[in-house]
Design a protein around this ligand. Structure first.
Ligand code: NDP
Length: 301
């Protein structure tokens, strides 16, 4: 049975020599990050005893308590943090140091205690890129991408695709305002080829004209088993690939329909593992056994 989340104000100081890692979010109860990290740390401890003293917790932190959480956890001996909903963008004004890529993406999912303060990184984009290579044996530069959604996850995916030279990105979001906001942030951050905002009626032509179309679901639609697909897949080219960032449930309606149409399709578990592995690499400076994380993710999800 997974441990319940820790609550701020009720976290014990770590013993001497211990290093604390944690994921902060709200709600955080369902996060499987502790299982992924612990399985990698257990294997790393076999090579370097130091890592037997590292532990990874999940902490329930509402958005208004993030500043207090960062101070408190640093004082208690935590040295690495992951951030999830709703903290990835809100954390930016609280940081003195932000890695260049994370600053361009405009979102942070990893904090590392460096030179007596938290430094922000973004490992979602790298995790996403790695997962796509594994799922479809192609890199982001080889696709024309339709991204569904314009939240934090979409922002990291679009920025990563642009870093890697993706030739064309279309963006479809429920609210146009949020899509425009995403494009504005990317332009402000010097991306020269930001996505084209599409209406639902324009999607078919965008995908039909693509030589290697890739659809990415970065919306929350699909998190509930009963959710409909965010997009109709009828009439799309045979070589369409579909990546759903959702990993629980393992098969969303979108993925079921993609497989029924014989499209290559994958859920978001690989992205979760990829971002976790990169975060642990940043904190530990050591080789991270990604296969241990993959095994733990399959058991936990
Ligand atoms: P945000 O809350 O920042 O964004 C949510 C997005 O989903 C918005 O674009 C929102 O549209 C859209 N949306 C929400 N409900 C609906 C709906 N009913 N119909 C259509 N669109 C909807 O979340 P994140 O960007 O952080 O996460 C997005 C998804 O990616 C989630 O499912 C999350 O689980 C997954 N994810 C997976 C990761 C992985 O490692 N595999 C990592 C991070 C996220 P609008 O702007 O109109 O509100």
């Amino acid at each position: 049975m997974p441990e319940p989340p820790l609550q701020l104000g009720h976290i014990c100081p770590l013993s001497v020599g211990s290093v604390g890692l944690a994921v902060l979010g709200s709600p955080i109860k369902h996060s499987i990050s502790p299982q992924l990290h612990q399985s990698a740390l257990d294997e790393m401890a076999g090579v370097d005893q130091r890592f037997s003293q590292w532990r990874y917790d999940k902490v329930e932190v509402a958005v208004e308590r993030l500043p207090e959480a960062l101070t408190q956890l640093a004082e208690l001996g935590y040295r690495g943090l992951n951030l999830t909903i709703p903290h990835k963008v809100e954390v930016l004004p609280l940081l003195d140091q932000v890695d260049e890529e994370a600053a361009k993406i405009g979102a942070v999912n990893t904090l590392s205690w460096e030179n007596e303060s938290w430094k922000g990184y973004n490992t979602d984009g790298v995790g996403f890129s790695r997962a796509l290579k594994i799922a479809f044996s192609r890199s982001l530069a080889d696709f024309e991408i339709l991204i569904l959604g314009a939240g934090g996850a979409a922002r990291a995916a679009v920025a990563q695709a642009l870093f890697e030279g993706c030739p064309k990105i279309g963006l479809l979001n429920r609210s146009t305002k949020r899509a425009e906001e995403l494009v504005r942030v990317l332009q402000e951050n010097q991306f020269s080829n930001p996505p084209e905002i599409l209406s639902a009626a324009e999607v078919q032509a965008f995908l039909g004209n693509a030589s290697h179309p890739l659809i990415i679901n970065a919306t929350s639609l699909g998190l509930k088993e009963s959710d409909p697909s965010p997009l109709s897949l009828s009439g799309l080219p045979d070589n369409t690939c579909v990546y759903d960032m959702i990993y629980n449930p393992a098969q969303t309606t979108l993925l079921r329909e993609a497989r029924a149409a014989s499209f290559a399709a994958s859920n978001g578990l690989g992205m979760l593992v990829g971002q976790a592995a990169r975060s642990l690499e940043i904190w530990s400076g050591a080789h991270v056994p990604i296969s241990a994380m993959e095994r733990a993710a399959k058991v936990a999800s």
